[in-house]
Ligand binder design. Structure first.
Ligand code: NAD
Ligand code: MN
Length: 354
């Protein structure tokens, strides 16, 4: 069988708990499906920052460049400002490896309490596609007249033709691949004068190449409301870096799956490694107690297998997660309303793999 080289960055807090749990699931899936995974652990975290002044070594990107994929827990911990952990590790990895797609499933799973009344598993099932390397998240801008009453700050958004078109195209290709043939665009062209009309213009231009795919677009404010009021209507939702960031937490929020949802940072051309992580952060409030829900990391591992071309392994892992969640006698972590430990839920998922 094939062998894949995976860079593992557990990071901070519960990242150090859920990543080993997910690796145990991956190992079992690999055995069952006849491939193997070779892990190299990178102990880059806020601890590293406190000791060295950097989240990762100066040549960190070079060290990661030849792996088939990167598997990340979470970074960020009290004592280190969040912008330091974000801009010191996560954002450089996304940008240097041109991981311009952030892909997150929004799916109502069995056994997860949905905050919306009357919804059952299967009712909500769509994907958020977020532009992940440009847009509103730039370092361009600055502060002038600091500390005076003339003080102001300015922040520049960058929407390149290439960057805009390729994320839109990815969304259309995904819609086709999933046989869903429907793409929704998040916009705000009634308020944001330059970038959002441009986004709409490119959306229309790219859509013209996909006449079989139905399109609609909503301003971000009403779109957020629709995520809550009528989430069943969506299939693939595409947004800029900022709008996609918000929608891709709102989606898991309305399905009750923040601790369960995965996230993939993709370089679809496979020129560079892609990175897979749970949506949640380091959860300092529960770190070290052995009660973190491992499913976000395990589902992220499933997305990683899919990306590596191990579709059977990916499906196997996801089915085992769903089976464990659907089984009322399976252990449940406190966030799922139970009193179980992470290790027991992980073991239940491992034994559901077949
Ligand atoms: P968080 O996701 O860490 O926690 C939010 C809440 O959800 C907490 O109450 C936590 O206990 C709970 N929770 C999260 N994951 C859980 C799990 N797997 N099982 C059970 N409960 C879970 O978000 P936060 O508190 O806003 O952030 C904490 C730190 O994590 C910050 O430093 C933040 O910057 C960082 N963070 C990192 C990433 C990342 O690395 N991609 C993402 C989000 C937050
Ligand atoms: Mn976010």
């Amino acid at each position: 069988g094939k062998k894949y080289h995976i860079a593992v960055i557990p990071g901070d807090g519960i990242g150090r708990e859920v990543i080993p749990a997910a690796l145990s699931v991956l190992d079992r899936a690999a055995t069952l499906c006849g491939f193997s995974l070779d892990y190299v652990q990178f102990d880059w975290s806020c601890e590293t920052f406190k000791a060295t002044g950097r989240m990762m070594p100066e040549d960190g990107i070079v060290q990661l460049a030849d792996f088939d994929a990167i598997f990340l827990g979470a970074v960020g911990y009290p004592g280190v400002p969040d912008h330091v952990s974000l801009w010191g590790l996560l954002i450089p990895i996304r940008r240097e490896f041109d991981q311009y797609v952030n892909l997150r499933p929004v799916r109502l799973l069995p056994g997860v309490r949905c905050p919306l009344a009357g919804k059952k598993p299967g009712d909500i099932d769509f994907w958020v596609v977020r532009e992940n390397v440009e847009g509103e998240y730039s370092q361009i801008g600055g502060r002038m007249f600091a500390g005076t009453d003339r003080e102001f700050v300015e922040q520049t958004s960058i929407f390149t033709r290439t960057g805009t078109d390729r994320i839109l195209r990815y969304a259309f290709e995904l819609a086709r691949r999933l046989d869903r043939n429907h793409v929704t665009s998040a916009t705000k062209s009634n308020g944001i004068f330059h970038t959002m009309p441009y986004w709409d213009e490119r959306f229309a231009a790219v859509a013209a190449d996909y006449p079989d795919v139905r399109i609609d677009q909503y301003h971000i404010d009403i779109l957020a409301a629709r995520f809550v009021m009528s989430p069943e209507r969506f299939d693939v939702v595409v947004g800029s870096n900022l709008f996609g960031d918000i929608l891709s937490d709102l989606g898991p929020g309305v399905t009750g799956t923040i601790a369960v949802a995965p996230s993939a940072n993709l370089n679809p051309e496979r020129k560079y490694p892609s990175m897979f992580e749970p949506v949640h952060g380091s959860a300092p409030d529960i770190a070290g107690q052995g009660i973190a829900n491992p499913i976000g990391a395990i589902w992220a591992a499933s997305m990683m297998l899919e990306h590596l071309g191990e579709a059977d392994g990916a499906a196997l892992v996801l089915r085992a997660v769903e089976a464990a969640l659907a089984d009322p006698s399976a252990p449940r972590t406190p966030d799922l309303g139970g009193t179980g430990k992470m290790a027991d839920l992980t073991a239940a998922i491992v034994s559901a793999l077949r």
